[in-house]
Design a protein around this ligand. Structure first.
Ligand code: AMP
Ligand code: MG
Length: 346
């Protein structure tokens, strides 16, 4: 499902039409402010691509096709996907594409860098909670312990284009796939000649170009986890802003709220004191992996990872309403809600 709309100022249209009429041989000058946008529903989210300049429509079509292609490759529920094939191979080795192997390898690396906070082998536990189907329930401790026994990324056997999962294991790239799709969609836009674009993958923001055509920076809102609007805004050049929030998927039972990001150590919803974690950097798959991990790690663990890494910034919103940011975004960050703000410095 794809829609493309063209938004051109009426006056500009008229100017172009009149110049075409007066000189049919001469092509109208390209308008760098021409703005096109297209949307697609994929990876369980509404995705919108906005592109500026004369190659916008071509770029949007290439970007949305790329996202749909990757969804077919990585969906955990689509019977034709490589991940579905791996999860249902009954312990046999299967052939996978180089880009799937690369993303699994990356997730393994992030598992070790985050001290296990990111774990693509949690799928059986996520399923038991109903987060994958919407049939929510609270599994008891024995069931969780038994399901955790089926996890462990060190049990994945990955060759160049070969993958073998133990019979009882299932993997899910849900915590990194959208970010990686953003990287590849941004590359597709650039290959189509687009120099200026904004991708919104259900709140995962990725920009192409250091500025908008008018020379201003991209202004990105960070959602208020406790309300409808934004809690803060951030001005960025070319890069990504990716948020993981407990508000995205949750259910309530007996007065208790259960949220969709699990702590791999307990098999239960992460209870780290954070209600949202945003990672800001250059690469989508990295920031996607980070946002999920920061949410699990909580303030202290997130600060430790930030100090060890040195290649991303972050915004953490705690359940007491306080906001923590890192020094790299201090000058471009503005709170839009009243909150206590703490800035981490190296
Ligand atoms: P994100 O929105 O990128 O934070 O990804 C969250 C999704 O990843 C969830 O909806 C689950 O499908 C899955 N997930 C939940 N907890 C984890 C975890 N600790 N590691 C990896 N994937 C997870
Ligand atoms: Mg993520």
């Amino acid at each position: 499902m794809q829609t493309v709309s063209r938004i051109l100022p009426v006056l500009m249209c008229l100017t172009m039409l009149s110049s075409c009429a007066s000189d049919a041989e001469k092509a109208p000058a390209a308008d760098p402010n021409e703005k096109n946008s297209g949307s697609v529903f994929a990876m369980d989210t509404y995705i919108t691509v906005t592109a500026y300049g004369e190659n916008g429509e071509k770029g949007i079509s290439a970007a949305t096709k790329e996202i749909e292609r990757l969804e077919k490759l990585w969906s955990v529920t689509d019977e034709g996907s490589e991940i579905y094939a791996a999860d249902h191979a009954g312990g046999a080795e299967i052939s996978i594409s180089g880009e799937t192997a690369e993303l699994i390898r990356f997730a393994e690396e992030m598992h070790s860098r985050t001290n296990g906070a990111l774990d693509i082998s949690l799928y059986p536990v996520l399923s038991a909670w109903g987060f994958t189907t919407g049939k929510y329930r609270v599994p008891d401790d024995d069931e969780i312990a038994q399901l955790l026994g089926r996890t462990g990324v060190d049990r994945i056997k990955l060759g160049d284009n070969k993958l073998t999962l133990p019979k009882d294991m299932e993997i899910d790239l849900g915590a990194v796939a959208k970010g990686c799709a953003g990287d590849k969609a941004a590359a597709a836009l650039k290959e189509s000649g687009v120099e200026c674009a904004l991708l919104d993958l259900g709140g995962n923001i990725q920009t192409v170009g250091e500025t908008k055509p008018d020379g201003s920076k991209w202004k990105i809102g960070i959602r208020d986890p406790n309300g409808e609007g934004s809690a803060a805004t951030l001005e960025i050049g070319e890069g990504v802003v990716i948020t993981s929030g407990g508000y995205e998927r949750f259910f309530e039972q007996d007065g208790e709220i259960y949220r969709h990001i699990l702590d791999p150590k307990t098999g239960k919803p992460a209870d780290s004191g954070l209600v949202s974690a945003t990672a800001i950097g250059r690469e989508g798959r990295y920031c996607d992996a980070l946002s999920t991990s920061l949410y699990v790690l909580g303030e202290e663990g997130a600060e430790k990872l930030w100090r060890e890494s040195g290649d991303f910034d972050m915004v953490l919103i705690a359940d007491d309403g306080s906001v923590t940011i890192t020094e790299g975004i201090e000058d471009s960050f503005s709170l839009t809600i009243p909150a206590e703000l703490k800035v981490l410095r190296r």
